[in-house]
Design a protein around this ligand. Structure first.
Ligand code: FMN
Length: 336
């Protein structure tokens, strides 16, 4: 008997797919979503996801081994599609019998979905349009995450509320769709479940849990931050497309603008070609997130955070956060 029966009933499909008690994923967060947070989420009945990010296959191997030592519950691995060793990383997941692989950061390259399904894992994808989502389902994807622009980290241009209204009526009857971006309380979870979502994915709300290894200064920045402080980065030069990143504004966000101008000048001077220029911009954030999360440099690092950051006010164990979200959802459904 569950304490939150109405929420559980609406989450049943998603929970069965994930093999969890609750259809609540903690979205992979580079540097933050390592063994400790991932295991804590899964042990609390949710679904933790390791952020592989730029890890080498050996590092991912060690991280999966470490996570398994801390939880016997299901968890997933998030792989970035443009990682040069994507297929080696998939092989590491296969070796460990990982149950769910999340492909993020772009359209899955040819053969990647097949390679994951070949060892029996489920494939979770992102898609910015309904047409692409349908195509990915046809190619074997098992579930979809729609992520609105309120989210922390790399974001698309459309808000969660609009994506939910477009995607859920079109896809949720026949497919598993999880909603992400800007979810800080259970009332919002209840609403998306009622609209047909199989479950939800949160990042910001869990990033500063007691079990998170994020630096105390990173956590303090979250506790201080309000929705309006979590801003999307701007693109300076039309030749250098920047996937916007939502992070707390600081010296680092200003330096990113300066970096783009510097790279644009190098491009003009012929010191860099287009590919190298784009890589330099992408690398700026990769290093900057580590500086914020691990080193605690919240002035120059990238303090990636979603707009729900204002609802993160103190350090709490994952289980407490999870229980609170479920209670809020249940109370909302009981008031209907
Ligand atoms: C610090 C941080 C790092 C993130 N890193 C990644 C990542 O490496 N890969 C990814 O697919 N999503 C990443 N995300 C997005 C989360 O997985 C999740 O989808 C998002 O946080 C959900 O929105 P919310 O922050 O509003 O809860 C990151 C988010 C944050 C806050």
């Amino acid at each position: 008997m569950t304490a939150t029966p109405k929420t559980s009933a609406l989450m049943a499909r998603g929970a069965a797919f994930l093999g969890t008690e609750h259809a609540i994923l903690c979205g992979a967060m580079s540097w933050v979503s390592e063994r400790n947070l991932v295991a804590a989420i899964s042990n609390a009945g949710g679904f933790g996801v390791i952020a592989c990010g730029a890890m080498t296959p050996d590092l991912l191997d060690a991280e999966i081994t470490g996570t398994k030592a801390l939880t016997a519950k299901p968890f997933g691995v998030n792989l970035i599609t443009m990682h040069p060793l994507l297929f080696d990383l998939i092989a590491v997941c296969a070796k460990h019998g990982v149950g769910h692989v999340v492909l993020a950061g772009g359209i899955p390259p040819k053969g990647s979905v097949e390679a994951i399904k070949a060892f029996g894992a489920k494939v979770i994808v992102f898609a910015p349009t309904i047409a692409l989502a349908k195509k990915l389902f046809r190619s074997g994807a098992d579930a979809l995450v729609i992520e609105g622009s309120e989210a922390g980290g790399h974001i698309g241009p459309v808000s969660t509320s609009v994506l939910a209204q477009e995607f859920l009526p079109a896809l949720a009857a026949d497919h598993l769709v999880f909603v992400a971006g800007g979810i800080g309380r259970g009332e919002a979870i209840a609403s998306y479940l009622e609209m047909g979502a199989a479950g939800v994915q949160l990042g910001t709300r869990f990033a500063c849990a007691s079990e998170s290894i994020a630096h105390p200064a990173f956590k303090a920045a979250f506790f201080r931050g309000n929705a309006r402080d979590a801003i999307a980065s701007v693109q300076v030069d039309p030749r250098l497309p920047v996937i916007p990143v939502r992070a707390l504004k600081n010296k680092g966000t200003e330096e990113f603008t300066a970096k783009q101008i510097e790279v644009a000048h190098k491009l003009d001077a012929g010191e860099l070609d287009m590919a190298a220029a784009q890589l330099e911009i992408e690398h700026f954030w990769a290093g900057a997130l580590r500086r914020a999360v691990i080193d605690g440099d919240v002035e120059r690092g990238s303090v990636m955070a979603g707009q729900s950051v204002g609802m993160v006010t103190k350090e709490e164990p994952v289980a407490t956060i999870m229980a609170q979200l479920l209670e809020e959802s249940e109370a909302a459904l009981n008031r209907r």
